[in-house]
Design a protein around this ligand. Structure first.
Ligand code: EPU
Length: 420
């Protein structure tokens, strides 16, 4: 297992290009199962989750190649039963359910378990598919869905804490080949859902309202092959912006979309971070005095849960007390204990973390627990005096393309090494 060795205290400086969005590309790759014609997806990040999705598509009978950021998928024929072990390992793979049901009228996929950030149920995915007249059973660890002919319907997909991103994606992907009109109320508004809708439309689907809480899908008989370029990864961009601010550096992010980051930029501004936002580029300026801010995670357009951990790392250097409340996942504070090893002063009170900024941080050995927690530990390591070793970096490789290389290009002293 690889580790990162970080010698902290060096301000990041320079320019970094943002990669394609992991959470957009995974459902888009699943959507290629909706047609027997070839699809070409560009600006695909080289991530272990993407390779994993490639393996899943291959296990279902599709041809999958990945070269220089371009994926070609040809699902001429597809099986309807996903490999238990493959699918179980990556939660995002649940989004093959909707496309298989849409194309073949049935699908059997292993039931995803909980994960380190929370229980992660799929009741809303199943509600969406049931509403299209699919019969749903859970048997021997598998979810089985089947329908003679999917029928459009109205469905409300708001859950306990609001909409569901992949649940919206699954319902939309099944509905594109259903008979009649489907209206998804309380749909997720995330840019990744919009990107998926754009890809489906380029395949011949009829979808209106993606990006709003009401998506209307008019079913069509058949979809065709298409080409698509994936949107920039807003979470990766937020991570580098925060890393720059945390090290008092000066970094320009390119190939990104500032409009997808409104809530994050608003919070950074409130925290005293100075920046220039210009459409597809964002320049973080040095010299801002970091102030404590309070934040609650929310569905888009609110502050993303996927940036909560990174903001917590930044708050370690703020003057004052900040309250960070996690409203999407119930146990997404695993990074707090690890940050404490570096000297952070954080108390967890129910869904909130109370961070007392200004503690004297020094490098230590810490353990990554999930993707975004790992990013927070790397940011904290860059802020610390001395050497920080972040173990279990495979979490980072799931969602950050060549992070060590990108950080080194900004002057960070980060080395990847094999864990002993
Ligand atoms: N929920 C339900 N029932 C469901 C589905 C979700 O109650 O059937 C609840 C969840 O437990 C959670 C909330 O609804 O409390 C939101 O979950 P959502 O379904 O939106 O999450 P997801 O679609 O499974 C995607 C991203 C996550 C990101 C969340 C929230 C992908 C592959 N994953 O997950 O990304 O945190 O949306 O924005 O798109 C990450 O990249 O590190 C990551 C975890």
């Amino acid at each position: 297992m690889d580790t990162f060795i970080i010698q902290g205290g060096v301000p990041l400086n320079g320019e970094v290009a943002i990669s394609g969005a992991k959470n957009a590309v995974l459902p888009i790759l699943a959507a290629t199962l909706l047609t027997s014609e070839p699809c070409v997806i560009r600006r695909v990040p080289d991530l272990s989750d993407v390779h994993f999705m490639g393996k899943i598509l291959q296990s279902l009978g599709a041809d999958f190649t990945f070269e220089d950021g371009t994926v070609k998928v040809h699902a001429k024929r597809v099986k309807t039963r996903g490999d238990y072990d493959l699918i179980r390992k990556m939660r995002g793979s649940i989004c093959i359910l909707g496309p298989l049901l849409g194309r073949k009228g049935k699908a059997t996929v292993s039931m995803p378990g909980g994960c380190v950030i929370g229980t992660r149920p799929i009741d809303l995915h199943l509600k969406g598919l049931r509403s299209l007249s699919a019969e749903v059973k859970v048997r021997e660890g598998y979810v089985q869905v089947a329908a003679k002919r999917l029928q459009g319907n109205e469905v409300f997909l708001g859950g306990r804490v609001g909409p569901t991103v992949l649940g919206t994606a699954n319902t939309m992907m099944a509905a594109v080949l259903a008979e009649g009109v489907t209206v998804i109320e309380s749909a997720a508004c995330e840019p990744e859902v919009v990107d998926l809708a754009h890809f489906l439309i380029s395949m011949g689907a009829k979808i209106q309202g993606a990006g709003s809480p009401r998506i209307v899908v008019t079913g069509v008989e058949k979809l065709h092959g298409a080409e698509h370029e994936v949107i920039p990864d807003r979470i990766e961009a937020a991570t580098y912006a925060i890393a720059a601010a945390a090290t008092n550096g000066e970094v320009t992010l390119t190939n990104m979309r500032c409009d997808h980051l409104a809530a994050v930029l608003d919070k950074l501004k409130e925290a005293g971070v100075r920046f220039e936002a210009r459409g597809s580029s964002l320049k973080i300026l040095s010299g801002g005095e970091i102030q404590a801010v309070d934040v609650s995670t929310q569905p888009y357009t609110g502050f993303p849960t996927d940036v909560q951990a990174q903001l917590m790392a930044l708050m370690l250097k703020a003057s004052g007390l900040s309250i960070i409340t996690e409203r999407i996942f119930e146990s997404r504070f695993m990074h707090a204990n690890e940050l404490a090893r570096l000297g952070a002063d954080i108390a967890i009170e129910g869904p909130s973390a109370i961070v007392r900024g200004g503690a004297d941080l020094s490098g230590a050995e810490v353990m990554a627990s999930d993707l975004r927690a790992s990013a927070a530990l790397v940011i904290a390591g860059l802020m610390c005096k001395g050497r920080t070793q972040v173990n279990r970096i495979y979490h980072l490789d799931r969602g950050y393309e060549v992070m060590d290389k990108k950080l080194r290009s900004l002057g960070a002293r980060v080395k990847r090494s094999k864990e002993k």
